[in-house]
Design a protein around this ligand. Structure first.
Ligand code: IVH
Length: 716
């Protein structure tokens, strides 16, 4: 252990003079910070926990008596305990929205005209705008109550963010206490957390030297630094904060955007020094140009500029369109581009079997990031015959060996936007998209159909259950609530079992218990005797299953719950359905026509069944599975009931059963339960609170029943 000895001054805190307190507070602060560093980052503490706690206690006691000593670096505001798991959620008092984008000058002109029209302003009335750089960092909402920082939350989904208060307290640019008088009771200050380019490069050097994660760009490293479980680590990362917006304010200290920015400064915040008040579209566009020129010389990343109507009363009148304000817009800079050589094309198989070609590049720097891979989207993109909206220059195809222009725009994965034809080597060959999956089975690849029945661009491996890339996905569907509904088997467990080779296909789930003598699940982390028993009980309770659920669980493409039910009803038993599927797979016309004749079944499903059962691996998987479970026959729709063949719609609240139960009961009795009323509807069963469907029923002259009348009709 190092020689560091704990030094606590003997003088009781109550008797310290302010001067003594300040000196001791500073000294203790340094000492504790050193211990934190050794403990959290270097894993080599030099004092015992008890000694450390004594230091902390004294430090906190001094601060409690002399609150003025509590600065933004104050350690009492940091959490010194073990790293927490995840972050708590914080609901934003006012949602954190995003900005609409403008790319061309025309978009900016339109933006201003829209505002003028909305506010009914004449052409000569001046609209002032605050023009600010758009910082490429993470937005943050800081809540102050009575001037004290109480919470800091990330944007999250806009409605709810993550509680990163402890980490934010370590930022120098974030005051713990707002400066000035007459601070409103509640102030939510919003802005951007960012890392400078210099700090990013230095951090990456340190990370590399320590063998730690290297970040792709300053934004990622800011995010990574902020999302540390341990604030002591965040404290070592140089993060900055610019204030530019607000959320809930119990009183408004200014009437304009620029006035608010001045107020933020008076409170102790940093605001962006390039912010400028503009009075016309021309000035906005000139601002965009000027900032774009400065962009590469700035020490922080920006991806555009933001224009905001300066008058807050106008902002309020303009309001929002869905999730973006009408009073602001982000005028983006063109994406950054670079030229390099495409060395190879590799195929990646996603979990759903989709094949994506990935271009392997001669590494090249684009906007401060080294890019080595680009997405090539799909076969048509490479051939240069992609549809509208694609970014590759028209008339270009992509070949291995080509010099390509790649583009990186914000968070978007880099892509190829042009090919330098002059530099195309003589031996550059057009790429042949694989017809077989790169998985070890080499199963055939098909191109998906679009909704309109045309050949789509996306290629997919037909290996289904057999393709290792798709197995996990399918296993997850298999155990899901609407399929086998096995409690205790979720994504985490499936991945664990799959990766250990314990469950490779659905049948394995049912043989797991028998094999557990060698697996010894109860010894695996996260499991114990009880949880293992519960798991096997859950599995065993699902050895009997309804035919429709079983069909759904097979994971045949395009066979969702409704289709599975239609197939189950149509064939009645697994044996009949299975036999039909095997025939369909062989192209048996009669079997196909029979399937086609079923209610709700069409060509897409038949093709999917054909592909699925045409694959011998799938047939094997199904066969092994059926040995493990008992598949119950489907109830054939009844023909001899009062409601057989009728269509019924349930609306409003039902009192005797849930709507789902009522529908299922109607279906068992041979009726069709529909969601909307038309002239083909026979009955509408209306409970309290029924609305538009009841009106529709009256319009079409459909019989309307109360719940009791309905129950009487069906003889329940
Ligand atoms: S104002 C109601 N000003 O851009 C919108 N946002 O797409 C309030 N951003 O999530 C945002 N610099 O993270 C505003 N000067 C600036 C900004 C800025 C960067 C980010 C922010 C926001 C995103 C909007």
């Amino acid at each position: 252990m190092a020689k560091s000895k704990v030094r606590t001054d003997k003088t009781p805190v109550d008797l310290l003079t302010p001067k003594q307190a300040a000196a001791e507070h500073a000294r203790l602060g340094q000492e504790i910070a050193g211990h934190d560093k050794r403990y959290y980052q270097q894993d080599r503490p030099s004092i015992s926990d008890a000694e450390y706690d004594a230091l902390r206690q004294r430090y906190n006691a001094i601060e409690a008596r002399f609150p003025d000593l509590r600065t933004l670096e104050s350690l009492s505001l940091k959490v010194g305990t073990a790293p927490a798991r995840g972050f708590a959620k914080i609901r934003h008092a006012v949602p954190m929205l995003s900005l609409d984008n403008a790319f061309a000058e025309r978009d900016v002109i339109d933006f201003v005209s829209r505002i003028r029209r909305f506010l009914k302003l004449s052409e000569d009335e001046r609209i002032d705008f605050s023009a600010e750089p758009k910082i490429d960092g993470l937005s943050m909402s800081l809540r102050y109550e009575d001037g004290e920082l109480v919470t800091a939350a990330t944007r999250g989904d806009g409605a709810e963010g993550e509680d990163v208060t402890a980490n934010i307290r370590t930022l120098h640019d974030v005051p713990q206490q707002l400066k000035g008088r007459n601070i409103p009771k509640v102030c939510e200050v919003r802005g951007e957390v960012y890392m400078t380019k210099t700090a990013f490069l230095a951090l990456n050097e340190r990370q590399k030297a320590a063998g730690d994660t290297v970040f792709a760009n300053p934004r990622n490293s800011a995010a990574g630094s902020l999302r540390q479980k341990d604030p002591a680590i965040t404290a070592t990362r140089p993060l900055g904060f610019f204030a530019y917006a607000w959320g809930e304010m119990s009183a408004m200290p200014a009437k304009t955007q620029t006035g608010m920015i001045e107020w933020f400064e008076a409170c102790g915040f940093k605001t962006n020094p390039l912010t400028k008040l503009c009075h016309s579209v021309e000035q906005l566009i000139a601002f965009h140009r000027k900032i774009e020129e400065k962009r590469s010389h700035l020490d922080y990343d920006i991806d555009g500029v933001v224009y905001k109507v300066d008058r807050i009363d106008w902002q309020e009148r303009l309001g929002f369109v869905s999730r973006t304000p009408r009073w602001a817009i982000a005028h983006k800079f063109p994406a950054e581009r670079a030229m390099t050589v495409l060395k190879d094309i590799e195929i990646q198989v996603g979990r759903t079997g989709a094949l994506t070609p990935v271009g392997k590049l001669e590494p090249v720097g684009v906007g401060g990031v080294i890019v080595q891979n680009v997405t090539l989207h799909n076969e048509d993109y490479i051939k240069g015959v992609g549809g509208k909206g694609e970014v590759l220059r028209e008339g270009r195809d992509i070949r291995i060996g080509d010099t390509v222009v790649i583009q990186r725009a914000g968070d978007v994965i880099p892509q190829v936007v042009d090919v330098v034809i002059d530099k195309r080597p003589k031996d550059a060959k057009p790429y042949h998209f694989p017809r077989k999956c790169p998985c070890h089975l080499h199963t055939p690849v098909v191109r998906e159909e679009t909704a309109t029945g045309e050949e789509g661009a996306r290629a997919r491996c037909t290996g289904e259950f057999a393709c290792p890339y798709q197995k996990i996905q399918h296993l997850m569907l298999f155990v899901s609530r609407r399929a086998f509904d096995i409690e205790g088997l979720g994504e985490k467990q499936i991945e664990l079992f799959y990766e250990n080779g314990w469950v490779k296909e659905p049948a394995d789930i049912f043989t797991l218990q028998a094999r557990n003598r060698t697996i010894k699940l109860e010894e695996v982390e996260g499991y114990g005797e009880t949880s293992v028993k519960n798991l096997f009980d859950a599995i065993n309770s699902r050895r009997e299953i309804a035919l429709d659920r079983f069909i759904y669980a097979l994971g045949i493409r395009h066979v969702g719950e409704t289709t599975a039910l239609a197939l189950a009803r149509g064939y009645g038993s697994w044996e009949a359905f299975h036999e039909a599927c095997l025939k369909v797979a062989k192209g048996d016309e009669e079997a196909m026509a029979e399937m086609d004749a079923l209610d709700q079944i069409g060509e897409t499903v038949i093709e999917a069944v054909k592909a699925y059962f045409g694959e011998s691996h799938n047939r094997g998987i199904v066969e092994r599975l059926t040995k493990q479970v008992k598949i119950l026959d489907a109830e054939k729709p009844k023909k001899d009931t009062a409601i057989a063949g009728k269509t019924v719609v349930f609306t409003g609240a039902l009192e005797k059963m849930t709507r789902e139960e009522a529908k299922a009961q109607a279906e068992r009795l041979g009726a069709k339960a529909a969601g909307s009323v038309s002239k083909k509807t026979d009955y509408v069963v209306a409970g309290p609170g029924a609305g538009s469907k009841l009106a529709e029923a009256k319009k079409h002259g459909v019989t309307v029943l109360t719940e009791d009348e309905w129950l009487k009709l069906i003889g329940a």
